[in-house]
Design a protein around this ligand. Sequence first.
Ligand SMILES: Cc1cc2nc3c(=O)[nH]c(=O)nc-3n(C[C@H](O)[C@H](O)[C@H](O)COP(=O)(O)OP(=O)(O)OC[C@H]3O[C@@H](n4cnc5c(N)ncnc54)[C@H](O)[C@@H]3O)c2cc1C
Length: 428
Amino acid sequence: MCGNRSIYPTGGASDRTRHVLRGPMNAHRYDVIVLGAGAAGMMCAFEAGRRGRRVLLLDHGERVGRKILISGGGRCNFTNLHTRAENFLSANPHFAKSALARFTPADMIALVEKHGIRYHEKTLGQLFCDDSAQRIVALLERECGDAGVETRCGVKVIKARQENAAAVASKFVVETSAGDFAAESVVVATGGLSIPKMGATSFGYELAQQFGHALIEPRAALVPLVFAPEDRERWCDLSGVSFEVVARAETTGKTRRKVAPEFREKLLITHRGVSGPAVLQVSSYWKPGEQVCFDLAPGREVLAALLEKNARRDAANLVAALRAILPARMAERWVAAQLTLDWTNAGIARMEAALHAWTLTPAGTEGFAKAEVTAGGIDTAELDARTMESRRVPGLYFIGEVVDVTGWLGGYNFQWAWASAVSAGQAV
Ligand SMILES: Cc1cc2nc3c(=O)[nH]c(=O)nc-3n(C[C@H](O)[C@H](O)[C@H](O)COP(=O)(O)OP(=O)(O)OC[C@H]3O[C@@H](n4cnc5c(N)ncnc54)[C@H](O)[C@@H]3O)c2cc1C
């Protein structure tokens, strides 16, 4: 929960204040104001506080770290052991490297262990809390408290401006629902657009644009895909059926330099389309109008038995073969969905090929209301990769999801939040 400390705590951060700021009357003064008390904002705040900086952390929610609490099914997948820059989408695929090297999964694990939080690897290097995501929020709150960070919840940030850009570069006034606050540095950690009911706003993007930063168009990512009406009619009564696939977004776009990666994980049919980890992963690469492709039998030749001498070549035997890789209802539906069943060797080979390339053109995604993250965001071209500082406006920093760096599913987004936060926290 947010601290109820007074604006100027005794014997705390105020005693450590090394910078006397001058500016408009009635503005409370800090070295650093961090906007947004999510994963990135809290981490950055205590990293700066540990260095003796006087830090104010603001959030309009009633409590800090709300997305952390709902993350990882309530257990917070707080990092991934295999984190590399390749696990992130960004217009500049190299941008994240410096921050990710500065604060690694091992550093996060050390912090988690320092707080006695038990964790386990679920799959593919994904580390989750054994009990509750609340433990990660408590860790961050404790570190913020120990570092003398002043945290204020229920405070909506309305605007940030340079106090007097001509006379005193890098001095800011932050206008909020609780009055004005001034600081030498402002760190924007207000996140992306996903899950508006958890407090997501476009504030960070607007502020960036106000200061002349370009945006890579924000879009819903790690999000379920919605079928066109005919596919919905054909498949969606199987809602709840799940099976392993290799999934990829078809990269037909002319501007793509690289082929989108493949993901071998579960697919889940929903009442409107498809979801599950495999689909969430490819959704981040999918663009409207493009196709997604699923290999329903990764690494297996399923119909070989039908090609054998004396094998029965009929729908019942085809369903039986498919049941080795698919749930019964999906196997039956897949056979029923074939326009023709051609029992020649060539026809069976075509069916085998079709199984390895179930190709669909989604009508869209479930949008920001259901997206785990927002891809796109503040263009990294004008950010310093070592510090996250704006190259346009000294003293202004952007960290976490608001930046055009988006991780795969599996703890990568929190690792980016922590890493970018530490980079800025050591620089402000
Ligand atoms: C359901 C779900 C599950 C997830 N699970 C995982 C997981 O297990 N592992 C993983 O790595 N990632 C996960 N993610 C993604 C991860 O939660 C985010 O990438 C991460 O929280 C981003 O951190 P952030 O600090 O940049 O932004 P946020 O956590 O979104 O924090 C931004 C903060 O800014 C505040 N804010 C916004 N505008 C204003 C304003 N104008 N004034 C004041 N405050 C403002 C918001 O209230 C919010 O607290 C999940 C996301 C969702 C939605």
